[in-house]
Design a protein. Sequence first.
Length: 92
Amino acid sequence: MLSKCDHCQHEFRVDGFLIEDMQDGIEKTYFECPHCKREYVAFYTDPEIRELQAKIRNTGWNDEEANTLLKMVEDNKRLMNELRKRMEMQGE
Ligand SMILES: [Zn+2]
């Protein structure tokens, strides 16, 4: 994906995300501008979220499990949003 840095206006291709370990098993997934090194956080995960994500990946797509899967995806989004809010309130 092509991205433009808000900070230095440099355009660059994001090939993959970097992962940094935070406290309490929280991982920050992010990429940075190769020009000015400004950090862009994609999302945060904690062990609970990663467990949920593993379950989502392991769930088959048959009708019986489709509703369960959708619910798990919603829970995952909600948890990730909550975690992001918490991490951003703390600052860096
Ligand atoms: Zn930049």
